[in-house]
Design a protein around this ligand. Structure first.
Ligand SMILES: *[C@@H]1O[C@H](CO)[C@@H](O)[C@H](O)[C@H]1NC(C)=O
Ligand SMILES: *[C@@H]1O[C@H](CO)[C@@H](O)[C@H](O)[C@H]1NC(C)=O
Length: 363
C-alpha cells in the first residue's frame, strides 16, 4: 500500500503545479515497481524522497501523452534530456536549437516521427540519428542546414528539408533509403550542378518529390521510375529535353510553373504516358507542347501566362475517333498572345465541359 500512498502524494504535488501534465500518471503507473524505497517505519508523507521518480518521465515543460512528447515553442536551445524511450513522436518545432549532437536521441528506438521545423539547426552530428532505427518521418524545414544529414535511418519514408541553406545534394546521403516515399527540398539555394548525377536513383519507392523555388536550371536526371509527382515550380528551367522525363512512366503530376521554359521538345511527353496534370503556366512557351493529343489520361493542362501565339486544331485532341480515356477538366490558355476567336472551336472537340477551358485574357 506504500506505493498507493506515494501515488496519492504525487497526485497532490501534481495538482499543486500551475500546469497540467497529463502523461505523468501513465509513467508513474508503468514505473510502479521501481518507485524509490522509503525508510522502514518512516512516515511517507514526511520522508518522501525528492520529486525524481526513477526511469524516464516527461522532460520539464514538455507535455507527454500517449507516447507523444510535445516540446514546441519553449525557446529550447538543446534537445531535452531524458525523453521517455517509448516515445513515438517527438515535436521540437519552433525552438532555438542550433545543433543536433550525438546522444541527443539515444534510446529513442521507437521514434516514428521527429519534428524539428523552425529552429536554428546548422549542424547534425553524423551519428546523431543512428539510434532512430524506426524513424519514418523527419521534418527539418526552416533551419540553417547547409547539407542534408548523413546516416539518415534506413526506415525513413518522408523527409522535409524545405527552407534551409542546402546547395548540394550528394548521392551518398540517400544510400540504402529504399523506403523513402516523400521528399521536400524546396526553397534551398540548390543549382543543377549541385545535384550529383543520379542522386535520387536509388530511392526505389520515391513517389513524391518537390524541388521548388531553387536555382536549378534543368530537370534532375536519373529520377526513379516510381515517381508519381514531380514538382519543380519556381526554378530556372529553360527547356524540357527529349530525355528529361525518360523512364517516368508512373508520373501523374508534373509541376513546372514559374520557370523560363521556352521549349518542350516534341517527344518528351511520350515518356510520361500516364500523366494527368501538367502545369506549364508562367513560362515563355511559344506553342502548345507537342504530344498532348496522344495522351490518354491527361485532364489538366495549365498554359496561362506564356507566349503562345497560335493554337493548332490538333494540339489538344486526337485526330478522328476519340481515343482519350479521360476527359480534360482544366485547360488554361489566358494571358497568351493568342486571341480566343483565333482558335478553331474544334480544337477543343474532345472537351465536353465548357467550363473546363479558360481562354479569355481576363485580368
Ligand atoms: C538564386 O540565385 C540568385 C542569384 O544568384 C540569388 O539571388 C537567389 O537567392 C537564389 N535563389 C535561391 C532560392 O537560392
Ligand atoms: C512531333 O513528332 C511527331 C512524330 O515525329 C510528328 O508527327 C509531329 O508532327 C510532331 N509535332 C510537332 C508539333 O512538331
Amino acid at each position: 500500500m506504500r506505493t498507493a500512498i506515494i501515488f496519492i502524494v504525487l497526485l497532490a504535488v501534481c495538482w499543486a503545479k500551475p500546469f497540467h501534465q497529463r502523461g505523468l500518471f501513465d509513467f508513474m503507473l508503468e514505473d510502479e515497481g521501481s518507485t524509490p524505497d522509503i525508510d522502514e517505519g518512516g512516515d511517507p508523507t514526511v520522508t518522501f524522497p525528492p520529486f525524481v521518480p526513477a526511469g524516464p518521465m516527461c522532460p520539464f515543460r514538455c507535455q507527454c501523452h500517449l507516447r507523444v512528447v510535445q516540446c514546441s515553442d519553449l525557446g529550447l536551445e538543446n534537445v531535452p534530456k531524458d525523453i521517455p524511450s517509448d516515445t513515438t513522436l517527438l515535436d521540437l518545432q519552433n525552438n532555438k536549437i542550433t545543433e543536433i549532437k550525438d546522444g541527443d536521441f539515444k534510446n529513442l528506438k521507437n521514434l516514428h516521427a521527429l519534428i524539428l521545423v523552425n529552429n536554428k539547426i546548422k549542424k547534425i552530428s553524423p551519428a546523431a540519428l543512428n539510434p532512430l532505427t524506426k524513424l519514418e518521418r523527419l521534418y527539418l524545414s526552416k533551419n540553417n542546414l547547409k547539407e542534408l544529414p548523413s546516416n539518415m535511418p534506413k526506415s525513413l519514408q518522408e523527409l522535409r528539408v524545405h527552407e534551409n541553406e542546402i546547395s548540394k545534394v550528394k548521392k551518398s546521403v540517400f544510400d540504402g533509403l529504399s523506403h523513402m516515399i516523400v521528399m521536400e527540398l524546396g526553397t534551398n539555394p540548390i543549382t543543377s550542378s549541385g545535384i550529383e548525377n543520379g542522386a535520387f536513383q536509388g530511392l526505389k519507392k520515391l513517389s513524391y518529390i518537390r524541388i521548388a523555388d531553387t536555382n536549378i536550371t534543368s530537370i534532375p536526371q536519373g529520377l526513379p521510375s516510381s515517381l508519381t509527382e514531380l514538382h519543380l515550380d519556381g526554378n530556372q528551367i529553360a527547356k524540357v529535353d527529349l530525355d528529361s522525363l525518360s523512364g517516368l512512366r508512373n508520373l501523374a503530376k508534373l509541376g513546372l510553373s514559374y520557370n523560363n521554359i521556352a521549349t518542350v521538345e516534341n517527344g518528351s511527353l511520350a515518356s510520361i504516358p500516364h500523366v494527368r496534370e501538367l502545369h506549364f503556366d508562367n513560362n515563355v512557351l511559344t506553342q502548345v507542347p507537342a504530344g498532348l493529343a496522344e495522351h490518354k489520361y491527361i485532364q489538366v493542362v495549365y498554359l496561362h501566362n506564356n507566349k503562345i501565339a497560335a493554337v493548332d486544331v490538333n494540339d489538344f485532341c486526337p485526330l478522328g475517333y476519340n481515343t482519350k480515356k479521360a476527359s480534360y477538366s482544366g485547360v488554361s490558355l489566358f494571358s497568351n498572345p493568342v486571341q480566343y476567336w483565333e482558335i478553331q472551336p474544334s480544337a477543343f472537340r474532345c472537351i465536353y465541359e465548357r467550363s473546363a477551358i479558360q481562354l479569355g485574357n481576363y485580368k
